[in-house]
Design a protein around this ligand. Sequence first.
Ligand code: KG4
Ligand code: ZN
Length: 354
Amino acid sequence: MTKILAIETSCDETAAAVIVDGRTIASNVVASQIELHRRFGGVFPEVASRQHVLSIEPVIQQALEQAGLDHVAGLDAVAVTYGPGLAGSLLVGVNAAKGLVFASGLPLLPINHLEGHIYSNWIVPANAQTPPAVDRFPALVLIVSGGHTELFLMLGHGRYRRIGGTLDDAAGEAFDKVARLLELGFPGGPAIQRAAAQGDATRFPLPHPLMRRGEHRFNFSFSGLKTAVLNLTRQLQQEGMNPTGTQVAADIAASFQKVVAEVLVSKTVDAAREFGAHQVCICGGVSANAELRSLAQAACDEAGLPLYIPPLFLCTDNAAMIGAAAYYRLQNDPNAVGDLGLDVHANLPLAEVP
Ligand code: KG4
Ligand code: ZN
């Protein structure tokens, strides 16, 4: 049995978890900073790193206690996210992990946050309604979060080939910006989803960006869609309508959400077909979106492709997914173990196979 303590502080969640054999959650603690950042309408980096400093020790302590561990005794390794993310936030987690490793002599496993999101699909949660992903490769992976919108072909554990990604804003970023524009609140994804549930997606049709064939067929672009929403709200204002916080906002939110979900799903399924993927895995904060989940399910059913999306609590940032990724690194990568010279990498890419 391999028990890994994982630490995640790449953005605005201070998180620690203990994961057994890569798939079982012994504990999973997330201290969210959403309330702190709400008044800024977005994540304020300095505030985030200061809050991580305050939360990190109690969060790690709680994760160990909930897993029934007496401090680090009984652990096999310590994993930590070292990028991509906010440098000041990442530093807090990396330093905490280094401290534990220095004191205990346990191996240190540096983990890429994107790989963590991917492995959220391998976790078997208690009372899971859907089965987790299995080792059926190649798998087509869509990572869709606040900072990333990326398509990867996963050839095996820890082996990736990038197929496409956003040329400008990430999908989650677009949700957050459009929510701010429509004054629906922070974070934007859940706010848009709530408003859209009351809205009519057909009232204000919006353009589907980058749907063409050719070189960019697996790339995404969401900044034009955001501008289209901005132009629409201006036009409605000129016509004497109030587009913020009203039924009009709900209708725009529904239209926006539908376009984003349709674009994400159609490119993902096209890529899965083109590259002969045996399964589709969607992950990251935006994969919590109900419209995306249902469209993806319908499209994958039609294409005869097994689809995996994590339960909601594993979609947004957490440390359980970092522990899962760390376990598979430890099993498959001879260079998995890092040392105390580990530094943070704000723009760390997901390494590809040659
Ligand atoms: O993965 P995550 O927690 O952090 C990053 O790694 O970026 O993703 C956060 C993003 C935010 O942009 C948030 O608005 C979005 O995920 N999000 C959603 C939903 N829940 C969170 N977007 C759409 N619908 C949701 N239900
Ligand atoms: Zn994330």
